[in-house]
Every structure is written in C-alpha cells, then in structure tokens.
Design a protein around this ligand. Structure first.
Ligand code: BES
Ligand code: ZN
Length: 952
C-alpha cells in the first residue's frame, strides 16, 4: 500500500452532519463556575448544532475523563441496512469536570444517562444528560448536572442508531454475488484511523485504551465475529440470536471489530494452541487454504521471535468483498480485501502469492507492533507501520525462504527514495491533527522509509542487539502506548535487566562483532542518530572522492530534479545533516568496513591500495552514493570485467544509484546506460530486472510523448539486447520464484512491444481459453499477458468483460480488469470507467486502480485525467478526502505528465480544489514530479537518442 496527502475538512463536514445528532435535553445545565469559565473564553469556544456553546474547542479530546471499559451491544439489520445499538462506558474522572467529551460521527443519539458508583451500588436510575454536538470536530459533549468528582468512576449509558455506512468506513455494508447469481449483504467494521466514532460514541484516540465487552444480535442465517472468542449465544423471542464475546484485552478503539455475515471458514491450531480461522464467502472457501497455512506458520514465527504469546485464544482472518485498503489488523479479527487473503491455484500468480503472504505477515506483525504496543499518537504511525513492513521481510525470509522475498526489500527502499527525494516529502514522524492529515500519514514514508531505516539500524547494531532491543520494547510497553524515544531507549545502550556491563556499555555475550563493539566504544547515541532519520525529511547523498588510499566523504541532501547549479539548490540544503552509518567494501578484502559520517565532510584512510571501493554494502543503508573522479568508471569497468566480484545486491544498488544520479544531474545518462551493458552477462535475476525496469520506463516515457524515432530504436534495442533471455522463456509455470517473475516481466514487455512470436503464442492461448469457455487453465504467470493480448480485439474484450462478471477469483478479476484497460479504443475505456462509477459489475473498491491503469495506457491517459477533473465531486462522494483511493486517483492520473502545458493544467485544477477547501499533500508531490519529468526530458532526450544510435 501507500502514497500521501493533507488538511481541511471542517466546512465540508459542518452542514452534512448537523442533522445526524439528535439532542435530548434542550436546557444546558452548567454550574456557575463553568459558566464563568465559559464566559471568559466565549470567543474561543465553538457553537454546537443547537446554537449553544460547545465546551471544548480542541480537536483532541481532554484527558479529564478516561474510559476503562465499554459494554457494547449492536444489532444490525441486513435487510433495512441500519443498526440499533447501546453502550455503557465505565469512565474514570481524573480531574473534576462538568462535561465529558466523546467522539461521535453520523450517529443518532437517542438517550444518555449517567450513574455514579453509588448509583450503581444502590441501583438508582441514571441521570439524563444533555448532549451537545460539534460535527466539525466529530465530537459530542455530555453535560452533567453536578460536577464529576476526581478519582471516581462513573458509568455513561448511551442508546444510539444509524444507517450502515455506504462507503468503506465505520460500520458499513458489503455485498457479494453467489455462484447462483444471488446478491447477499454482510455488515463489517473498518475503524482505523478515526472511524470507530462512526459505529459507537467513544474516546477515539489511540491513547485511550480500554477493555471492550461486545454483544451482537443477529438472525440465525448469519454468524457474528468479533475480536474475542464467543462466550455464549442466547436465543431470543422471534428467532433472533445474540452472541456474547469475551471481554477484550486493553486496547485502542481503532482495533475494535465486528462482522455479521454468512461466510464459511477453515481452521487450524497454532503450536501455542491459538485457533486460527480463515473466513470467506461460501463459494470462495476453496481459495482459503493457502492463507491458513501461511497464517499458522507466521503466527508460530512471531510468537517465537518476539518471545511473547499472542494473547487471545483465537485469530480470525476474513476476506471482505468490499474493502478500501489492503487489510486491517483488528486484534483477533483481521480483515482483508479478497485479493490480499485468497489464493486460487488456477488463477493466482507467483506475485499474487507473494502479496498474500506479505499482507498476512504484515497484519500478524501488527498484533504485536500496534496492537500490543500502540503509538501514542498518529504522528508516529511508522512505529507500527514501519515495523510491520520491516517484520514482513524478517518473517517471510524464515517461513517461506522459497519465496526469495529478501531481494524485494531493496526494491521497496528504492520506491520510497523516489518520493523522499522530492522537497514535498515529510519527516517519518510528522504532525497530524485532522482526520484528513491523519489519513495522509499512511503513506510510503511511514511504511517503506520506516522499514528501510529500521533495517539500516539493525545492520548497524547487529541483528542480535536489535532483536533484543525490540523485544525489550514490546515487553516493556505491552498494553500501553509508546513514542519513538521509547523505542530508541530500548534499542540503545541502556542496560537491559539481563545484561552485564563493561566499560560503560552493556553486553550480554561475546557474539557481537568486534566492529560493533568498536562503535559502542565510540558511545554512539542511537537516539541522536535516529533523530536525524525520523525528524528530518529526505535522503542523503554520500559523495566519495578517492585519492590513493585516502577517501574523502561528503554528505548532502539528495534532490531528485534539482541540480547543483540550480539557484534553489543551496537553500534546499540548509540545515540538513544525517548521522550516516556508512559501510564499504574494497577490491582487497571481503570485509565490511564501517564508519559513521556525522559531519558534512570526513576523511578515511584505506589500510591498503585497492582498485575499487563500493559503498553501502548490500544496500542496507538509506543513502545514495556518488563516486567522483574515476569512481564510476572503475565500477563500470569492474562490472564489465567480472561482475561477480560485487555482491548481487551491490550490483542492483549501483544500477539504481546511477539512474537516480542522472535525475539529480550528477551523472550523465549515457554513463548510467553504459553501466547496464554488463547485464548481458548478469546472472542475478533481480539485478537484471532492475536494469530492464529503467529501460522499460524510458520506453514508456518516449511512447507517451510520441517521440517516435527514440521509441522505435528503444524497442529495437530492448528486443535485441534481451533476445537471449526472451528466447529462453517457456509459457509454463516453472522454475524458482525469480525465474517466474522474470518470465512474467520479459513476456509482458515483449508482447507489449508487439513482438510477433509473443503475440502469436498469447493469441493462441487466448483462443483456446475462449473456445474452452474459460475452462482451460492458462499458466498463471502469463495469464495477465494472455488476457491483455486477447483484449485487443472487440470479441476478446467483450468476452473478457463477461468472464469478469462471472469469475469468483479476485486474482483473476484483477488480471482481466488490467487487460481490459489496455484496449486502444477509447469508447471501451470509457465504458470501464462508467462501470466503475456505477459500482455493480466493477466494484467501487477497484475504481482507483482502474483509473490508474487506464491512465497508464497512452490511449487512455487524457481520458482518465479529464474524467477525474470533471467528476471530482462524484469521486469525493465515494471516497474520503485523504483516503488512499483519492490519493491514488490523483497521482495515478497525473504524475506521468511531462510537458509544461500538462503541468499548467494540473496546477490550475489543484488551485480550483484548494479554493473549494480541499488541500492535500499529494498535490505538491504531483506538481514536483511533473516538473522533474519535464526537466529530465529536456536534459536527457538528446543523450538517449544518441546513445541508442550507437548501440543498435
Ligand atoms: N493499518 C493498516 C490499514 C490502514 C491503511 C488503515 C490505511 C488506515 C489507513 C494495515 O496494517 C496496512 O498497512 N495495510 C496495507 C497492507 C500492507 C501489506 C502494506 C494496505 O492496506 O495497503
Ligand atoms: Zn499496517
């Protein structure tokens, strides 16, 4: 997942929510002291929906009253599509107060009463409370007749009701079609980050942890699931059933979940005795088995790795037919988009399997990072998202080594570097207050950069010390909240109970390498070092200059699209400084040398003469390296002479860094292209694919801009240069994961370039598939290619659309939808958009990906963009402003633009949105990206043209 954006919402929300909250008592009952207080600050307080002053003006809740326990009863009606509910919240008053502020959004509140402990003891009826509502902050105020006393507990009872939401947030409805063609409805929750308040009034901030006892009423044809195991089911008059669930452990509201559905499940028992079940719509049951195997393995792994038991007796993983993001880690009841959980052996490819494994690994890691230990506030979501992303790799490398997931880590870091090297990036730990800002935090910086810097720290500290530190952190903050400093304290030299000390440092045994010990002696403060990576945006560039045995290092901020000679370059560098744990290897030994670059410049002496030096060994560091003088020349020569002298990951990082340096104006494109010439001999598939990726990217840029001579020559070059590899490909699912990924990538490109043998084979398979009426099994790794070739004829396209409607495999549907979006006919592309907007055949959850796919098609780019501009209001009715789909729609339909006219057009559109009150961080990212594209073309088109002329 993830990209980004920001701000505003109030003016949109006010009118909309006013009618939703009904007030019970009209009279407000402030005591004189609070009225004095009120009058003093009159201007500072907002006005509630009934015209009275609302006693709280901040977005965050006050801490005078904190929740301890929620008794929540919910009765959804899947026919009338609404729910009635009630709750009793036990609260502790920390400071005497006259009001309780809670979150509530779109709920009709019918009755609110309050009982003191004494009232409860003597069974006195509750006192009715006045409710004020301030929709702009999604808050309600419960006004109490007599001051609530500090250190006492009270019970607040609230009756409320609402419609099941239309979108993907709060308590919403989702539908699916059965094999028999019947449409069925289920009700499901999705609360993160700020949507629990749409399902029940609550203290909807991560710091307010409490226990939840949930009861769900349902019809007998349904089942109900929640975070905890069911304790009992009560039969009610009229045939309704009521499930009572065990009280949860102490947790934040965003992790609460419940579902009413008619799904089937498969179950297994983990080594620790936890019951793991995978639930899906009845006809999709056969696709649940891989997820069960993976979740059992991964749960075992995490329980061992963290040395902390998963604290609940069961873990449910549920495939939800309508889901906005990829998955959500609700404690004990993890919800997934169908394509993130289900694996269909007939239509799911290797990449699909990797994705499912990755998402399961990610959400299970959250059961510790996020659920057990939660960030104090959303500014630090990287503490859970960065960690879950990091842990995906740690866990999959052990549980599924055959998936060879390790090499993907690098690619993930490269992806986020693109974003982080724009000035519009933000620090990992970033201020976020409004719901829109909080939603925007779920982006590549929190996830991927978070994971990459954790990996760098692990490499620096040693795996053992890092692991020990995070276990310490998890144990220390269990059922509590933490901030980033708490993590650094656990990871730094602060002695853990089990450690002994020596020379002012802790260490537990002698396994630590002498290198690391040396660093510990330097008294490196982890906290200080990590502050430079989390509180400062961007990525450093390390410039290496070698003269004999002396290495001069220099650090600066790496900026994509801003050149050193540009006037703004200097200002953009000011005050940026990182503590960079650099590593390097040389021609003279296999050793990994380490140094911390804390200042702008530094000098190192090599112990012996070497013919080359390669920095950032295995690309574990989050920085780009530039070799001045003869550095690049020496490395390119080395690659051509014997590339195996460098580790595969080092070869990948050289390719990556070289092309990044081209974008920053530090290396000429022909040098970077020359570097790829060695790829003909490359034996590492990830390295080969990295080189191919850049060449393919250039092809797409040229094609979009209609630079026909370069497009043609590049096509020629690609087909000629990769011919030996292309010719080796079979059209079968065979070989290792990377063999299979190479096959998919190469054949996709070859068919895209209209290479006759590829088109012929794909057409043949497609015809056979059509003749078999969709029964023939096409090898899964080439399925998307075959469908895409088939979609180029009208008959093929129509047939694919029919199959799309019928298919029960999300993996297949995604491939078909992608294939349909590659049509050259605009009326077909428009039809897809219409279907996506209608939301029946093509679900709304797939609309963003559809628009993105159409915009990637040169014949669809203008169409998709025009559509977004003209239908912005309609899109905002489907998705919330800062949500992932909205950000994806914006960046997906604009960020490939590369002309000044397009930039101007996009700018004007964003300005009109800002004038209407919508402001997102993604706007600036897109504008910078387009400017960068323009600059790249201006600078590099002639070089690319010439290089091709001498290369083919
Ligand atoms: N906690 C998130 C779900 C989420 C995403 C909540 C966005 C609110 C906003 C979940 O753990 C997650 O990160 N899901 C990813 C999948 C993951 C494998 C990267 C997603 O939904 O893309
Ligand atoms: Zn996550």
């Amino acid at each position: 997942m993830a990209n980004s954006c920001r701000k505003l919402i109030f003016n949109i929300y006010i009118g909309f929510y006013c009618s939703a909250v009904i007030q019970i008592c009209i009279c407000s009952q402030f005591t004189s002291s609070s009225i004095v207080q009120f009058n003093k600050d009159r201007g500072a307080f907002p006005v509630a929906t009934n015209g009275e002053l609302f006693p709280w003006h901040e977005l965050r809740l006050p801490t005078m009253v904190i929740p301890l326990h929620y008794d929540l009863f919910v009765h959804p009606n899947l026919t009338s599509l609404d729910f009635v509910a009630s709750e009793k919240i036990e609260v502790l008053v920390r400071d005497a107060t006259q009001f309780i502020i809670l979150h509530s959004k779109d709920l009709e509140i019918m009755n609110v009463t309050l009982q003191s402990e004494e009232d409860l003891r003597y069974r006195k009826p509750g006192k009715k409370l006045t409710v004020l509502s301030y929709p702009a902050h999604e808050q309600i105020a419960l006004l109490v007749p007599e001051k609530l006393m500090a250190d006492l507990r009270y019970s607040v009872a609230i009756d409320f009701q609402a419609k099941l939401a239309d979108g993907f947030e709060g308590f919403y409805k989702s539908t699916y079609r059965t094999l028999g063609g019947e449409t069925r409805t289920i009700a499901v929750t999705d609360f993160e980050p700020t949507q629990a308040r749409m399902a029940f009034p609550c203290f909807d901030e991560p710091l307010f942890k409490a226990n939840f006892s949930i009861k769900i009423r349902r019809e007998s044809r349904h089942i109900a699931l929640s975070n905890m195991p069911k304790v009992k089911t009560i039969e009610l008059e009229g045939g309704l059933l009521e499930d009572h669930f065990e009280t949860t452990v102490k947790m934040s509201t965003y992790l609460v979940a419940y579902i009413v559905c008619d799904f089937n499940s498969v179950s297994g028992i983990a080594s620790s005795g936890v019951k793991v079940s995978i639930h899906a719509a009845p006809d999709k049951w056969s696709q649940t088995h891989y997820a069960l195997e993976a979740s059992l393995k991964l749960l075992d792994f995490y329980e061992n790795y963290f040395d902390i038991h998963y604290p609940l007796a069961k873990l449910d993983l549920v495939a939800i037919p309508d889901f906005e993001s990829g998955a959500m880690e609700n404690w004990g009841l993890v919800t997934y988009r169908e394509t993130s959980l289900l694996f269909d052996p007939k239509t799911s490819s290797t990449s699909d399997k990797l994705w499912v494994t990755k998402v399961i690994a990610h959400e299970l890691a959250h059961q510790w990072f996020g659920n057990l230990v939660t960030m104090e506030w959303w500014n630090d979501i990287w503490l859970k998202e960065g960690f879950a992303t990091y842990m995906e790799h740690i866990s999959i490398n052990v549980t599924y080594p055959e998936l060879q997931f390790d090499d993907d880590f690098l690619n993930m870091c490269f992806e986020v570097i693109k974003r982080d090297s724009l000035n519009s990036s933000h620090p990992i730990s970033n201020q976020a207050e409004t719901s829109t800002q909080i939603k925007e935090m779920f982006d590549a910086v929190s996830y991927e950069k978070g994971a990459c810097i954790l990996n760098m720290l692990k490499d620096f500290l040693s795996e053992e010390k890092f692991k020990k530190g995070i276990i310490h952190y998890l144990k220390k903050f269990s059922y509590r909240n933490a901030k980033h400093d708490d993590l650094w304290s656990s990871l730094s030299n602060d002695c853990l109970e089990s450690d002994s000390t020596s020379g002012g440092f802790c260490y537990s045994d002698s396994k630590r390498t002498s290198n690391t010990l040396a660093f510990l002696r330097e008294n490196v403060e982890v906290k200080q070092m990590m502050a430079t990576w989390t509180l400062q945006k961007g990525i450093p560039l390390v410039v290496v200059n070698r003269e004999g045995r002396s290495l001069r290092l220099q650090q600066e901020r790496f900026l994509n699209g801003v050149f050193k000679e540009d006037p703004e370059w200097g200002a953009l560098q000011e005050r940026y400084l990182w503590h960079i744990p650099v590593t390097y290897s040389t021609s003279s030994s296999n050793a990994i040398h380490r140094h911390i670059l804390k200042s702008k410049t530094d000098t190192l002496d090599l112990p012996e003469k070497t013919s080359w030096v390669k920095f950032n060994v295995d690309s574990n560091g989050y920085y780009i390296v530039h070799y001045e003088g003869h550095g690049w020349y020496q490395l390119i020569t080395l690659l051509n002479q014997n590339h195996t002298l460098l580790r595969p990951k080092d070869r990948i990082s050289l390719i990556h860094d070289a092309f990044q340096l081209v974008s920053a104006g530090r290396l000429t494109l022909d040098k970077a292209l020359d570097l790829t010439r060695y790829l003909q001999h490359e034996t590492s598939i990830p390295a080969l694919l990295k080189g191919l990726e850049y060449l393919e990217l250039f092809y797409h840029i040229m094609e979009r801009r209609n630079v026909s001579d370069v497009t043609e020559n590049l096509k020629h070059y690609l087909l000629q240069y990769f011919k030996p590899a292309i010719d080796k490909q079979s059209w079968r699912d065979e070989g290792s994961v990377w063999d299979r990924r190479l096959r998919s990538a190469l054949l996709k490109l070859t068919c895209y370039l209209n290479h006759a043998p590829c088109i012929q084979k794909a057409t043949e398979l497609f015809s056979q598939w059509m003749e078999s009426n969709g029964k023939l099994n096409i090898p899964t790794d080439v399925l998307k290619i075959v469908y895409s070739v088939g979609a180029q004829t009208t008959a093929g396209w129509n047939y694919l659309l029919e199959q799309y409607e019928l298919s029960l495999s999300g993996a297949e549907k995604n491939k078909i939808l992608y294939a349909l979006s590659t049509s050259k006919h605009q009326e077909k592309l428009m039809k897809l958009i219409e279907l996506g907007m209608e939301g029946k055949v093509i679900k709304t959850q797939d609309l963003a990906a559809l628009l993105h796919a159409i915009a990637r098609n040169p014949k669809g780019q203008q169409l998709a963009w025009n559509f977004v501009k003209e239908n912005w209001i309609h899109l905002l009715k489907k998705f919330e402003l800062g949500s992932f789909p909205i950000r994806m729609i914006i960046s997906g339909t604009t960020s490939h633009f590369s002309s000044k006219d397009e930039l101007q057009e996009v700018k004007l559109f964003f300005e009109s949105l800002k004038a209407q009150g919508s402001h997102l961080e993604i706007f600036q990212i897109v504008l910078e990206t387009i400017s960068k594209n323009i600059k790249w073309l201006e600078k590099n088109l002639p070089t690319l043209r010439n290089w091709l002329l001498i290369s083919i």
